[in-house]
Design a protein around this ligand. Sequence first.
Ligand code: 5AD
Ligand code: SF4
Length: 440
Amino acid sequence: MTEAPKKLYIRTYGCQMNVYDSERMAEAMGGVGYELTDAPEGADMILLNTCHIRERAAEKVYSELGRFKALKTANPELKIGVAGCVAQAEGAEIMARQPLVDLVVGPQAYHRLPELAARTRAGERALDTEFPSELKFDHLPARPRPRRGPTAFLTVQEGCDKFCAFCVVPYTRGAEVSRPVARVLAEAEALVGQGVREITLLGQNVNAYHGEDGGRALGLAGLIRRLAEIDGLDRIRFTTSHPRDMEDDLIAAHGDCAKLMPYLHLPVQSGSDRILKRMNRGHTAEDYIRLVERIRAARPDIVMSGDFIVGFPEETEADFQATMDLVAAVGYGQCYSFKYSARPGTPAAERPMVDAAAADDRLQRLQALLTRQQRSVQDAMVGREVGVLFEKPGRMPGQMVGKSDHLHAVHVQTDLPVGTLARVRITESGPNSLGGVLVD
Ligand code: 5AD
Ligand code: SF4
């Protein structure tokens, strides 16, 4: 007699890499008799895939865990696990502080999850926050679950060796590693076989990708060119990049690889050379602006995106003005901006904080400028013809929503199905999306 499948509930926080990792964990657990469920109630196992990048991340995890107490009382067989970057950073402490938790698994150990889960079923508490020498992706099942949409993420690189002074990633995700080219191609082909038409290559430092292809080194541009040869794959994107790894060939690919979409997330964090130095970024504001010019020379209509931190220790009003000047010089289509907050264990955490009110005020001014820029980049799309890949029905009857080449959400009146890549003329620009009509 075969056992009824156990139910696994995964809640995912944070970045796209966590979304990708959650899918891989679901696949791995699928291999040992767990199927995904949409609600924690009735689950046999609850897994929180956590993010450590935002302020008070660990506290939020503890309060989230506390809410599962009633479920565990009702079902003592319920196993509760914590994965992701909070698990990596605070694994042992989570075990000590929250007796509800049966399992802690760090991002580099996900391929061991089925074995850890088996240990919890035997009554143990299991913790694995090692950085094993083997690559987790080489041990996770290469059998993607049936997909719902025409877009997918594919992790090609993980970890970071840059050690920006504010960032936990080098500690939680570990040193920079790349997946072999053949594995990436095989996974991409499998996704395309399931109807995926757009793949976003993921990595904390994705443009530091250094794969190996038949004994030959291959960078991200080379990988993209190989992926572009796959029939049925229409669009390629990648995120997140570091300015220092933006090599010539990758810039060139934005000009000559038609499947590579005209959108680039290239965080700069600050426009002040003094602060960039203290952040250990390894580039100046001028380096970044020149770089954006070269990228635009290759692909004039590229939409630039970035991340900013305001109120980094010792940031003065003059430093902040330099950030505003950089933003004005670049002209961003989309940005994320944050108030600095200290992450224990990072070098910047030891330094004196900027006055909180000043930091709030700077964040507001920066966000106002970024919002204006975003809107003007969006408005400039009106009248242009772009590709739109339909991802789901819109709110209005007979409407589809998808992303343009430039990653704008676009609403179109059409009865074409999800997964269609259509030519669309943009006719209107709203606060957060565009409207358009099919071009025949
Ligand atoms: N404080 C504020 N923002 C941060 N980020 C990373 N660490 C911190 C921190 N300690 C931001 C950076 C990064 C983005 C993912 O999160 O801008 O690019
Ligand atoms: Fe963190 Fe990105 Fe800097 Fe790496 S490059 S340390 S991931 S901010």
